[in-house]
Design a protein around this ligand. Structure first.
Ligand code: SF4
Length: 670
């Protein structure tokens, strides 16, 4: 059997909303409810609600004391509200919002002096209710003949329609009324749900051999559906349940279409599908399925058969499907059902409610996940396991760490292994923690981060000292800077890179080279076993400028140099990056000068000759004079030349400030 079911079959928005709310009322303890007329035109739903304590009354006079009235989707005349309020009778108004809108339109136009025309069934409760909002003064037009018999008028007419009226007939009536009434305001109040259901059912009825319309005999929209379907399908049936059709074998090998009225519960549609499909199932399978019962509070497993933006449908292997509303799938409001599951997935859910009438079992994945998470937290506490969560904020006295769907409070004193002046620096970080305390009834969880960090640090320290040795390389993180160097975490232990170890060039502060948080390559230069202090090296020996200079420079070489500093006894010139040599004052010119500034300026480029090199002490003597012609010797004058001022004749007599020896600045530099 080829079974095709209309997507629009069954409860519309207004009916689903009302039935759902009526069942919630039935579950309330200590309150009595009754509906004013049957809640919907479906005997199964009405009977089921009655069994649950929600009885049906026809008039307000039948109400017992303390009973609350449920106003059904069809709505009621204005006078009913006035009566309920005058008598102080509580009520729950489940009038469909679309019907309510018609009440407002009719009431307003009636007050404006318009004549009201309602296109619909004069005996239908919805039409009776609408008429009650214009003092029962409306003209009700049920068919084209009545429209044709209307006396032409020039008065202002407001036209509305019953929400479930047949759209095609409505159009014909309106066409005619526009001619008869010259001054009209028309509101097409036929509900989209009705229109869509009628259009889809008609299409389906054209495609199949047999068309089945499920719904109550007194349901106006079901009867209209049947009319539409039977006009295009030669074998159409209208029945309250599938059982009314007798032996289903008569439909074997046929294409069967199924649609249903707005007040037909899903369970009736599902039952019809099941019974038609089960033609081919053996007795054992059917028995097994019928024995399976699912109750609120169960945890069930099923297969995802449909994923939509608002819910996920799950096949549970029983006659009802499981429905997981989008809000019950995940705690993350940014995720849609499509992000989490796909058709064919196996999924577990907690049974929130079983509604046989609606034919659905409401499930919650979120709640089941929450139960599982709580169990994991309890286990973690018993075993001392470490959990991980994200710090979501700072509260009075501590921080909040989110672990899955739970908030864990961590007191400030346990939020870190060191004192933090501002706990906000932890916000957004993922932190490890242990469970310190739990209170299931209050859902209170207290965590401890400090104990985990201290233990981790001890482990790292132990491992470090077991493997530490001079020369060993590490990738470390700069933890802090001082004027004399940088402290670097090399895996649970901090070592110091002295400022002189940070660069081959002269620097004023460690921050010239590194900053806190940098990841840098270091090696152990020295370990003080007694104090457990570690000196680290950072400079690359292969980049030592003096070693590079050694391979390139020789005594006698003539090189270009830049004057970088001048002192009374000479000028320092840079001959390679960070390698300076001294041009003694006597070697600056081929004549006697009073001070280096007489011949040189800072930044000046000069050619110099290397006259001496002391690699060990990193000293290079340079001479400009050696490249100049010696002046002619003039015969001494009679007057004796004054004795030369005592000054250093060689740079070796001075402490030369060289790269790599920055801390030993010569006194003369001050
Ligand atoms: S058919 Fe439309 S108007 Fe009527 S109850 Fe359903 S949703 Fe409301």
């Amino acid at each position: 059997m080829d079974i095709r079911v209309a997507k629009t079959a069954g409860f519309c928005f207004g009916v689903a909303r009302a039935v759902d709310r009526a069942y919630q009322c039935a579950e309330e303890t200590g309150k009595a409810y009754c509906t004013l007329g049957p809640i919907i035109h479906n005997a199964q739903v009405v009977d089921d609600l009655a069994k649950k304590g929600v009885r049906v009354v026809q008039t307000i006079d039948e109400l017992a004391d303390n009973e609350t009235v449920i106003i059904r989707t069809h709505g009621v005349p204005k006078q009913i509200y006035q009566e309920l309020e005058a008598k102080g009778i509580p009520y729950v108004d489940l009038t469909c919002p679309f019907v309510k809108k018609i009440h407002t339109l009719v009431s307003r136009h009636h007050e404006d002096g318009c004549r009201i025309l309602i296109i619909g069934d004069s005996q239908h409760p919805e039409v009776i209710g609408i008429n009650g909002w214009c003092d029962n003064s409306a003209t009700i037009i049920e068919n084209l003949e009545q429209a044709e018999s209307l006396t032409p008028t020039s008065e202002k007419v407001c036209i509305v329609a019953q929400t479930t009226f047949n759209k095609n007939i409505y159009k014909k009536i309106i066409f005619f009324l526009k001619k008869t009434c010259q001054n009209t305001v028309i509101f097409d109040t036929i509900c989209n749900a009705t229109e869509e259901r009628q259009a889809e059912s008609q299409m389906l009825a054209k495609e199949v051999d047999v068309m089945l319309v499920l719904g109550g005999q007194n349901s106006s929209n079901t009867q209209k559906l049947y009319q539409i379907c039977s006009s295009v399908c030669s074998e159409a049936y209208c029945a309250e349940t599938i059982d009314a059709l007798g032996d289903l074998k008569q439909f074997q090998n046929k294409r069967v279409g199924i649609t249903a009225g707005a007040s037909t519960p899903a369970v009736i549609i599902k039952e019809a599908i099941n019974k038609m499909e089960n033609q081919d199932k053996d007795f054992a399978t059917l028995l097994e399925e019928s024995l399976k019962s699912i109750n609120s509070g169960d945890v069930v497993t099923g297969t995802v058969i449909e994923v939509g933006p608002t819910e996920v449908i799950v096949d549970l292997g029983v006659k009802q499907d499981g429905v997981i509303p989008a809000s019950e799938i995940s705690d993350d409001p940014n995720l849609t059902p499509e992000d989490i599951v796909k058709v064919g997935d196996e999924i577990q859910g907690y049974v929130v409610r079983v509604n046989d009438v609606e034919g659905k079992i409401t499930l919650s994945k979120k709640r089941l996940d929450s139960f599982k998470t709580w169990e994991a937290i309890e286990t973690a506490r018993e075993n001392g396991d470490i959990l991980e969560g994200k710090v979501d904020g700072v509260v009075n006295g501590g921080i909040i760490v989110t672990y899955k769907s739970f908030r864990v409070f961590v007191p400030a004193s346990l939020a870190n292994d060191r004192y933090l002046t501002d706990l906000n620096e932890l916000v957004g970080k993922v932190v490890p923690f242990k469970i310190l305390d739990l209170n299931k009834s209050r859902r209170r969880i207290v965590g401890n981060i400090k104990t985990v960090l201290v233990a981790q640090k001890q482990e790292l320290e132990k491992a470090f000292w077991e493997a530490a040795e001079v020369g060993k390389k590490y990738t470390g993180i700069v933890k802090s800077l001082t004027s004399f160097g940088a402290f670097v975490d090399i895996g649970g232990v901090d070592g110091l890179v002295h400022i002189s170890e940070l660069s081959w060039a002269r620097i004023k502060h460690p921050s010239d080279v590194v900053k806190v948080g940098d990841s840098i390559e270091v090696y152990i230069k020295d370990i003080a076993e007694d104090t457990k202090k570690i000196s680290l090296g950072y400079k690359n020996p292969l980049e030592n400028p003096w070693e590079i200079a050694k391979s390139k420079l020789n005594v006698g070489d003539v090189v270009s140099a830049k004057i970088v500093r001048m002192l009374p006894f000479g000028a320092f010139a840079e001959i390679m990056p960070t390698v300076d040599g001294l041009i003694h004052i006597s070697q600056i010119a081929n004549k006697r000068i009073g001070k280096p500034q007489d011949e040189l300026t800072i930044g000046q480029e000069v050619d110099v000759k290397i006259v001496d090199i002391d690699w060990e002490n990193k000293k290079i003597a340079l001479s400009i004079r050696a490249l100049l012609p010696e002046p002619e010797v003039v015969a001494p004058a009679a007057e004796e030349a004054p004795a030369a001022e005592e000054e250093p004749t060689s740079y070796t007599e001075e402490v030369v400030n060289t790269i790599g020896d920055a801390v030993e600045a010569p006194a003369t530099e001050k």
